[in-house]
Design a protein around this ligand. Structure first.
Ligand SMILES: NC(=O)c1ccc[n+]([C@@H]2O[C@H](COP(=O)([O-])OP(=O)(O)OC[C@H]3O[C@@H](n4cnc5c(N)ncnc54)[C@H](OP(=O)(O)O)[C@@H]3O)[C@@H](O)[C@H]2O)c1
Length: 247
């Protein structure tokens, strides 16, 4: 049995990978969820183990309720408890005009980003209660407030995560479960390829931020680590934006 356990969804690469490594460094055994890229997820697990930590790769499409439930059971079997959940798995295919969003894109984006977060929260809450409290962090996006650059489907899914965060924070406060959201603006991961396809476009986009660059996955992970491993239970229902000064 591990002392403290966290499940990070979409932890094979990008922001989720950085969060998994940061929480492992903070002493958590980490469930490293992914959907397709097994070698990447295994590499994250290996990296954590090489540093003396504990981790387990957990394949599951978070939009698939049965797969989510099976994933939590696998985590139970391996670590025997759950102290925190980070809903980070997400997709965002750029479709600039709302009128150009087809049904599949709309449904798939909502299914992964919003249904996925809901399914994972619903499965996690009884386990967090059993552990005597815990933390949930939802990786939303600045797009939830501004509309963003990917499209209305993505912005709506991320805004939905803020409502989930607010409602769950109210509901779970007396159980010692704090629920917060982080709202990154533009972070340098594969997803950035959706909104800036050339070096020139990247430069133009980065220049929109007073800090003069995109955020790094490790910077988001630092905030998540604070919310999971250090912040008091009284800090709940909050959204923390990482936006490089672009207000
Ligand atoms: N990058 C940004 O600028 C930015 C800004 C604001 C918010 N965000 C949010 O931050 C989160 C991480 O973004 P990122 O930039 O790190 O993305 P990324 O590099 O594209 O990585 C996405 C991660 O999500 C996983 N994933 C995708 N669909 C999944 C599904 N159906 N079930 C389970 N896992 C799934 C992927 O797994 P596989 O490797 O197996 O495919 C991968 O681990 C997302 O929620 C994104 O919306 C990103």
């Amino acid at each position: 049995m591990a002392d403290r356990v966290v499940l990070v969804t979409g932890a094979s690469r990008g922001i989720g990978r950085a969060i998994a490594l940061a929480l492992a460094a903070a002493g958590y055994a980490v469930g490293v969820n992914y959907v397709a890229r097994r070698p990447e997820a295994e590499r994250v697990v290996d990296e954590i183990r090489a540093r003396g930590g504990e981790a387990l790769a957990l394949p599951a499409d978070v939009s698939d309720r049965a797969a989510v439930e099976a994933m939590f059971q696998e985590l139970d079997g391996r670590f025997g408890r759950l102290d925190a959940l980070v809903n980070n798995a997400g997709i965002g295919r750029r479709v600039a005009a709302l009128t150009a969003i087809d049904d599949d894109t709309w449904r798939r984006t909502l299914a992964v980003n919003l249904d996925g977060a809901f399914y994972c929260m619903r499965a996690a809450i009884p386990r967090l209660r059993a552990a005597g409290g815990g933390r949930i962090v939802n990786v939303s996006s600045g797009a939830a407030r501004t509309g963003g650059a990917i499209g209305a489907h993505y912005a709506a899914s991320k805004a939905g995560m803020l409502a989930l965060t607010a409602r769950a924070a109210r509901e779970l406060a007396r159980d010692g479960i704090a629920v917060n959201a982080v709202l990154p603006s533009v972070i340098d991961t594969e997803m950035l390829g959706e909104i800036a396809t050339s070096a020139e476009a990247r430069e133009r986009l980065a220049a929109q931020f007073p800090i003069g660059r995109f955020g790094r996955p490790e910077e988001v992970a630092q905030v998540v680590r604070f919310l999971v491993a250090e912040a008091p239970a009284y800090l709940t229902g909050e959204s923390i934006a990482l936006r490089g000064g672009r207000l």
